[in-house]
Structure formats: structure tokens, C-alpha cells
Design a protein around this ligand. Sequence first.
Ligand code: PRT
Ligand code: ZN
Length: 288
Amino acid sequence: MNGNLKLAVQSKGRLTDKSLELLKHCGLDIEDYSERLFIPAGNFSMDILFLRDDDIPEYVQDGVADIGIVGENIFLEKQTQTKILEKLGFGRCSLLIAHPEKTKLKDVKDIEGKTIATSYPVILKSFLKKEKINAKVIELSGSVEIAPSLGVADLICDIVSSGNTLMQNKLKGSFKVFDSQAVLIGSVKNSLPETKRKILSDLLLRIRSVLTARNSKYLMMNIPKSSLNKITGIIPSLKSPTVLNLADDKMLAVHAVIPSDKFWAIVDDLKTAGASGILLLPIENMIL
Ligand code: PRT
Ligand code: ZN
């Protein structure tokens, strides 16, 4: 056994490609993984183990892997002695309670006395307990969406992303149990040796810098000198904007890093305040 940090990733599923893409953006050299159970990262002291997502929390708890990437839904459902080290921003979905189009379900209290089919009995039962609702929970390992039409259950509680599966099965989402995304987990039972702790903290620094960069954009524009105060007041900059002189001494260039989702909300105000040549560029990486 080498001293490399062992990361468990889903072997074949919705999280596999995005997990490896994130690691590659972190500068890790990962070769073609198809059909392999285990690959080392070429230039980083880490090995990647490919496992079924349902098994990852337990393997991390028991130290078979040191860390793992799973959906928050699996992390919560499995109730292992693991903790979230970082939310990763992909694999987003919601766990919803859904009902057949023809039944009426207006208030969460209308669930009282109903039968609900789900692959997430632990999460669902804790939701029902919190809402003080008595309902019968039936655990199914797959194809939960067909349970109402088979007469197995009145309602379902399942993962939804686009909503197509619900629509195809004439179901409507009624109550959200929680929003999920992929998370990096680590054990709370096993403490890592110093060498692995150092590798993990390097990996976390890289992951955080990639995630921050993904959520940020580099904004550039030219402005009349007289508008500087107004413009800097509009920009939701992460740090103080950079202000540069231009050949035209009545003008300045302003550069700033902004949250990606804020751009369209400020563009009109920037133009009204006199900004021109507005450019928005992606950021590859960002160390805060
Ligand atoms: O084989 P293995 O056990 O490893 O994989 P799996 O089949 O159990 O999981 P997989 O690959 O389907 O999903 C892995 C993780 O992706 C989940 O645990 C979630 O965290 C996340 N995720 C994101 C989803 C979805 N979106 C999703 N849409 N997981 C499942 N679905 C299914 C859902 O169960 C339903 O059947 O897709 C259907 C609904 O999708 P829409 O787009 O029609 O709404
Ligand atoms: Zn699974």
C-alpha cells in the first residue's frame, strides 16, 4: 500500500464525468478510466477508486477510501460517520414528494395517512417527523415513479432534475424535501496521517480555487474619469476594482472580479453611468 490519498468516485453514473472533470481542472493528470477500478493521478499523490455511489459513504467511513464524491442525497441517506468537506456545485437535483396529476395535494398536511414510495426512506421519514405527519413509507430500490400507476403507493418521493420523468408518468412535484448537489466527504471516525492530511489540504485548496473561479468572471470596461465613484458603487466586486489610466486622460479602465450571476443585473446601470467597451471574461483559476 502506498501513502497516496485515496479518493472514491462513482464508477459509472451521473457524477463520474463531472467528478473527473473537476479533478482535471485542479491540475491532476488523469488517464482514461474506462472499465478500471483504480487509477493513480499521474502528477499528484492520489489514487482514484471507482465504486458504486451507494457504497462510497461506508467505504470512506471505514477508511477503504480516505475521501469520496457522492450526491448529498446518498450522504444523508446512508447515515455513516462521515462529514461534508466541500460542496462541489454539480449534480444538482431535488428530492421531491410528487403526486398523480389527478389527485389533489394542496397542503403538506394532505400527506397524512398516505402511502409514499421512495428510495430515500431515512430522509423521507425525518422530513415527515419534522412536519409531524403520519404516512406509510415503502422502500423501493428503483423505478419509484411507476409506483402510483401500479397501485403500490399514493405518492412518491424521488430525485428530480429536469422534471421529465415526473411528466412522463403523469406526476406532479408537490413538496420539496431538500436540494442536493455533489459533495466531497471524509471520515469522522478515522483520522488521516500527517502526509495524507497535507495532500488533502492541497487538494481542497485547488478545488476551492476552481469552484470560486467557476462562479466568478473578470469584468473590464472603459469609463469617463468623472464616473469613477458611481461605477465602483455599482460593481459587486469581490475585492477593490483595479483602476488604470488610459492614453485619453479623461478616461479610465476599470477591471474587477465579480460573481457570474450578477453581470446582467448591473449592465444597464454601468452603461447609464457612461461605461463603454464592457468585456466579461471567464477565469481559469483563482487563489483567494
Ligand atoms: O450505479 P450507481 O449506484 O453508482 O448509480 P445510481 O444509478 O444509483 O445513481 P445515478 O448515476 O443515477 O445518480 C448519481 C447521483 O446523481 C444521485 O445520487 C444524485 O445525487 C445525482 N442526480 C442528479 C440524480 C439526478 N440528477 C437524477 N435526475 N440522480 C438521479 N436522477 C434520476 C431520478 O432518480 C429519476 O429517476 O433521474 C430521474 C429524474 O430525472 P429528470 O431529469 O427526469 O427529472
Ligand atoms: Zn446508486
